[in-house]
Design a protein around this ligand. Structure first.
Ligand SMILES: Cc1cc2nc3c(=O)[nH]c(=O)nc-3n(C[C@H](O)[C@H](O)[C@H](O)COP(=O)(O)O)c2cc1C
Length: 296
């Protein structure tokens, strides 16, 4: 009898069909192959499937790992430590006393939060000195004898300055001014064409037309003293608080404002003659609510 060793499993299977009709060696192949029980056959098949699956998973993982793992000789990315310098002190000319800001009003804070909207159209009506004083106070006014201000500041370092581009304010010449929180005054920086320079630096149309534009500038060096690892992040967070104060104050006065960050920081900074260590975070136009005209 010729033995077939090429496919013992198949032979076993064929044989097992026959042998079950007789009671001799049921479930066992003896003819032309190894003696294998039926259960063993299923076990072998299962084991093969499981092994193939495990190998496939390992292979896929290996491929993935090859993608994410750096080459053995790759060097860690170099980190460049940033240094921050304090901006030079501004020399201001004439100092203008601002009217005392109000600390009570007709609109509740809940109502202001509920109705606040960004408004980008301003009327021709001039802003009064009291209105300007009020909006600047809401942003960075001093509220106690320890020097705390209207907006919170991480570790009280107060890295922000407020520059005011004046186009149409009663009793003020056109130009650029610096707000002094401590004395509630505006220092004249003498840049009489600040409005035109701002317009020429490519800021959006509403910023060009507003009677007042507040430039909120940050000196990261002030924050770096307390937060050497992340002075910029901390400072930007603070800018949001100041912006929201301005929004709510404008709403309570039924006036118009919008915070804007869509401009070329370096270009606008240069146009307003700011120190390279001062970064404009927001340009915030402010004025009376205008009527939007729809082009026909
Ligand atoms: C970080 C920041 C930057 C923004 N920049 C601009 C801007 O460059 N120009 C603009 O018109 N509005 C700007 N906005 C205002 C948003 O467009 C406005 O908040 C948004 O459309 C939602 O409308 P609301 O303020 O009326 O609720 C800015 C708002 C934030 C918070």
């Amino acid at each position: 009898m010729q033995k077939n060793f090429e496919n013992p499993v198949q032979m076993t299977h064929e044989k097992s069909k026959d042998c079950c009709s007789s009671d001799e060696h049921c479930g066992t192949s003896m003819k032309g192959g190894l003696p294998i029980k039926k259960g063993m056959l299923s076990f072998i098949t299962l084991a093969m499937v499981a092994t193939t699956t495990v190998l496939t998973v390992l292979l896929i993982n290996e491929k993935k790992m090859n993608v994410v793992l750096p080459a053995p000789d790759a060097k860690p990315a170099e980190t460049v430590a940033k240094t921050y310098e304090m901006p030079a002190m501004k020399t201001v000319g004439e100092k203008i006393d601002l009217p005392e800001p109000k600390t009570t009003g007709k609109m509740s804070v809940e109502e202001a939060i509920q109705t606040r909207r960004s408004k980008r159209v301003y009327s021709e009506e001039p802003v009064t000195l009291s209105e300007l004083s009020q909006i600047l106070w809401s942003a960075q006014g001093v509220t106690d004898d320890k020097g705390h201000r209207t907006a919170p500041s991480a570790r009280g370092v107060y890295p922000y300055s407020l520059y005011v581009v004046v186009r149409n304010v009663e009793g003020l010449d056109q130009g650029l001014y610096l707000y002094d929180s401590a004395t509630n005054t505006l220092g004249n920086l003498g840049l009489t064409n600040a409005g035109e320079l701002l317009a020429a630096s490519g800021v959006q149309d509403n910023s060009q037309k507003a009677p007042v534009v507040i430039a909120l500038t940050a000196a990261f060096a002030k924050a770096a003293v307390s937060f050497p690892n992340n002075p910029e992040e901390v400072t930007f967070l603070e800018g949001g608080h100041i912006g929201q104060n301005i929004y709510l104050q404008a709403e309570a006065m039924k006036m118009a404002t919008v915070v804007t960050a869509g401009f070329d920081v370096a270009k606008v900074g240069a146009a307003l003659g700011l120190d390279k260590n001062e970064t404009i975070v927001y340009l915030i136009p402010f004025g009376h609510v205008g009527v939007e005209t729809v082009a026909e």
